[in-house]
Design a protein around this ligand. Structure first.
Ligand SMILES: Cc1cc2nc3c(=O)[nH]c(=O)nc-3n(C[C@H](O)[C@H](O)[C@H](O)COP(=O)(O)OP(=O)(O)OC[C@H]3O[C@@H](n4cnc5c(N)ncnc54)[C@H](O)[C@@H]3O)c2cc1C
Length: 452
């Protein structure tokens, strides 16, 4: 059916979470169309599982998205790299010399780690967190041979890596973060402190409010020099200071690029060029609350965008009610789950939004004397003017990672303090907090008191 050069109905470049979900959604909506996915890696790692390849998983091969999804859905998978796009002739050119003509093109090329131009960054022993199977296999081996690892960047990837690596015996882990605290983009101080304390209790050294000046060593890395004059011993350095969209295919086309250098898209993930869509990390997003362009790069967002594009390639099938990207995120550090959605108090203030916050602490079982009772800490952030929710932060047991999803829906639906105050819930002694002190209701009531 397919020769080296051929024509297809739907061509998807990129086989990460966005590309896969878009292809499957497109198949559900278009039974007779030819669908082709091209990706440039032999295997697709589960990106969110990368931190766990170093200890909890035994091999990188245990962190793979199986390719049988393509076979099951009659989708052709090709391993090749797209190097050029000609939107006039609707043709994509590949490294192997292959050319594919498309009717609809979806760019799901993802993101790559940001590099920083500090002296020594090219030394042997400096690594990035690439979503690349072959690279990660080498990184895993290098990590397991190391004694002193310095992670530059205390965002969620840096923190998750530090947490995982701190489980490995005789390994010294340090994080250097230039902001005043780790996880500052997602959490207010009360919550990021919980993460930092947990890591420190497990031997991770954290240097915040300080920049890295140089990665020192002869040929290979020996230490990391920071602004404060510290020289942290290192035989391996991992840079995790953010990601940038992969947009090299825009080079020869008239594709519009957004403020954060992702492909510009509208609410239906259409680029400015007819029949070309962009989804996932490579597409620019607008913040749900502030409408500002922000680089929110999450699998959860990538797959949501993929469903929108995949359903609407040929005709409008999926109406997009929400008009922006709501970053919702959870992580686990030493058994404590931290989760956040929307805008935190600090960012709201920076945006000039007057907020009122509510706080609650309740146990996840009742009575709290029951086995496995754990404390849930919740902060809700509301617009002072209208009482509409704009953010939430949680710390506690595993169940809070689902509670944050309820709060994300509440933000998308524009719920207010009084909606939470009258929230009708299900409770059970072994499964939830008591109805008398249900965290969401308690936090809303504490905010309500400040409104009055
Ligand atoms: C360590 C880590 C942990 C994370 N944890 C979480 C988490 O817990 N929760 C969460 O929601 N998000 C998490 N993320 C973010 C998440 O991984 C990304 O948002 C997600 O991978 C985006 O999916 P994507 O398909 O848009 O892009 P990618 O996953 O980057 O996939 C892009 C694909 O396109 C291919 N490609 C690129 N260019 C070309 C080309 N020219 N030709 C052919 N193929 C090409 C790539 O090889 C790749 O297969 C994490 C990320 C990392 C790095």
């Amino acid at each position: 059916m397919f020769n080296n050069n051929f024509q297809t109905d739907i061509l998807i470049i990129g086989g990460g979470p966005a590309g896969i979900v878009c292809a499957v959604t497109a198949r559900k909506n278009n039974h007779s169309k030819k669908i082709v996915v091209v990706r440039d890696t032999p295997k697709t790692v589960v990106p969110c599982g990368i931190p766990y390849i170093f200890h909890r998983l035994n091999l990188v091969d245990e962190d793979i998205i199986p390719d049988d999804v393509f076979v099951k859905n009659n989708i052709k998978l090709i391993i090749d790299k797209a190097i050029k796009l000609d939107s006039k002739t609707k043709k994509v050119f590949f490294q192997s010399g292959r050319e594919i003509i498309y009717d609809k093109l979806v760019l799901a090329t993802g993101s790559s780690p940001v590099h920083i131009p500090i002296p020594g960054v090219d030394k042997e022993g400096v690594w990035f967190v690439k979503k690349d199977y072959t690279y990660l296999k080498k990184l895993r081996q290098a990590v397991l041979r190391s004694k002193n690892i310095v992670i530059i960047g205390g965002g969620f990837i840096g923190v998750e890596l530090a947490d995982e690596l701190s489980n490995i015996k005789n390994l010294n882990i340090s994080i250097v973060e230039m902001e005043e605290r780790c996880l500052s983009k997602s959490f207010d101080k009360e919550f990021s402190q919980i993460a930092e304390e947990k890591l420190k209790q497990n031997g991770v050294k954290i240097y915040t409010g300080t920049k890295v000046l140089e990665i020192k060593g002869q040929d290979r890395v020996e230490s990391v020099k920071t602004e404060g004059g510290k020289d942290i011993p290192a035989d391996l350095v991992i840079l995790s200071i953010g990601a940038r969209p992969n947009i090299s295919l825009a080079k020869d086309s008239k594709m519009r690029i957004g403020e954060y250098k992702g492909f510009w898209v509208d609410e239906y993930m259409r680029t400015n060029i007819e029949d070309i869509f962009a989804i996932g990390d490579c597409a620019e997003t607008r913040d749900f609350i502030t409408s500002r362009h922000l680089p929110v790069m999450l699998s959860s967002i990538a797959t949501s965008e993929a469903r929108i594009a995949g359903a609407n390639l040929y005709q409008m099938r999926l109406f997009r009610k929400n008009k922006g990207t709501l970053g919702s995120f959870s992580t686990e550090i030493k058994g404590t789950v931290l989760a956040a959605t929307g805008v935190n108090e600090e960012r709201a203030k920076k945006e000039g939004i007057e907020v009122v916050t509510g706080y609650s602490e309740s146990y996840n079982h009742h009575p709290q004397t029951l086995p496995r009772s754990e404390l849930i800490k919740l902060k809700l952030i509301f617009f002072k003017s209208s009482g509409t929710i704009l953010g939430a932060e949680l710390a506690g047991p595993e169940s809070v990672s689902e509670m944050i999803n309820i709060l994300a829906l509440a933000i998308q639906e524009g719920l207010t303090i009084s909606d939470f105050d009258t929230f009708q819930i299900s409770t059970h002694p072994l499964l939830t907090a008591a109805p008398t002190v249900y965290p969401i209701i308690m936090a809303a009531q504490s905010a309500l008191q400040k409104m009055e």
